[in-house]
Unconditional design. Structure first.
Length: 301
């Protein structure tokens, strides 16, 4: 019976190991396929990237600040996604300019949302802090507060509706891939790519596997077989699992043990594990120049 169980356990272990390798190989193959698809666009994008060496960071980042309205083609178009794919871009600057014109209404709505929020905060401050306000004033302020809140909600819905009809993940992947390849000749493409990732997050465009690969390559320089996710998890959390906090333990003692481990492992001065007190902190701060000069004058006298 023991021998049968032993053989069974070996079979299960072998099967699990084979399955793990199989899934790992599939993941690498899938990643390689996506990379090949991205790199296969180099010939297609060569016209856009001809001027990449001459394009500086300011040439691209300033386009957002210079864009104040949409061109006539965008205003007339009924299907903005189709309009994007029908365009034959001839330069990197032309592509980014067209993108900024597309997203300009989103930025305008975002600014209006922020302005409305500031106004709403003003009414909230009046409601919370006015001690001698009459019931009628409180009622009016509350009504205005609710009205602004509803207006903000409508603006957000309008913004997301415009985004859904104008952008999708494929459009963003196309632009990001152009910037990824362009960054090989002009590092100024990288700040624009970072801004576009921010736009995707703000506009609730869900990343797909291709977007994740582009993010890893643009942010960390990952190629097919690199994995910054694994690397950065060890850098950010080197002490994960080394210490466990017990509810019965003093919190200060637990923190001290963790700090001592970090100090010994990474050669970092950590105040010998003790939490710095407020008065000690101010003692370590350099004095203001005026105070220091006055003390020197008194010492001379």
């Amino acid at each position: 019976m023991t021998m049968k169980l032993f053989r069974l356990s070996k079979i299960v272990a072998r099967s699990a190991n084979t399955s793990f390798r199989h899934h790992s190989d599939l993941a690498v193959q899938s990643t390689a396929t996506l990379w090949n698809q991205l790199d296969s666009k180099r010939t297609e994008l060569s016209n856009i990237l001809e001027d990449a060496k001459q394009v500086g960071e300011a040439d691209l980042t300033n386009i957002r600040f210079e864009t104040t309205k949409q061109n006539a083609d965008i205003k007339k178009a009924k299907d903005l996604k189709a309009l994007f794919w029908s365009k034959k871009f001839t330069s990197l600057k032309e592509l980014i300019t067209f993108y900024e014109q597309l997203i300009h209404p989103v930025h305008a709505l975002r600014d209006e949302v922020y302005t409305t929020w500031v106004d709403q905060c003003g009414y909230l401050s009046q409601i919370k802090q006015s001690v001698n306000a009459s019931a009628e004033e409180m009622k009016n302020w509350t009504a205005e507060f609710d009205k602004l809140g509803e207006h903000m909600k409508q603006l957000e819905e309008k913004k997301l509706a415009y985004v859904a009809s104008t952008f999708d993940v494929e459009i963003y992947n196309y632009i990001l891939n152009v910037l990824r390849i362009g960054a090989e000749q002009s590092p100024g493409c990288l700040p624009v790519a970072n801004q576009i990732f921010h736009d995707m997050t703000e506009n609730e465009i869900e990343f797909n596997e291709t977007t994740k690969l582009l993010l890893k390559n643009i942010q960390f320089g990952d190629s097919i077989y690199d994995n910054s996710d694994l690397l950065f998890s060890h850098i950010e959390y080197p002490e994960r699992g080394d210490h466990t906090y017990q509810p019965t333990e003093n919190l200060r003692d637990s923190c001290s043990r963790m700090l001592e481990t970090i100090e010994s492992r990474h050669s970092l001065p950590m105040e010998v594990g003790d939490l710095r007190q407020e008065d000690e902190f101010f003692m370590l701060c350099p004095p203001e120049p005026a105070v220091e000069e006055a003390e020197e004058a008194q010492a001379i006298q």
